[in-house]
Design a protein. Sequence first.
Length: 124
Amino acid sequence: MTSPYVKASEKTGAWTWIKERASALVLAPLMLWTLVAGATLAGLDHAQALAWLAQPVNAMLVAVGILIGVYHLHLGLRAIIEDYVHGSAGKLALTLNLLGCLALAGTGLAFVILIALAQAPAGA
């Protein structure tokens, strides 16, 4: 039986810690790829950059990076909110964190999909 004075993050802290570290492990190589891709894109014009993003591997890596990055952000903000914001303000902050992260992920994915589809060859 748990005490009513135990914070929510203390009940699930170990699992959250594991999820944060796992997402960080996936993000590390993605960020290295992003740095290399950014250096590659630096010399391209707008049309060439859009064509680069339309390539399936690049579009998928950008989409995965967005999803995992926003998930990692959500986990970190949730841990901070659970530890430092209490009562109804904490519940509101948790809800806004979730909605904001969902909006951020959805917007990012929508742009990647729209750009990739707009640049796809007509026969594909």
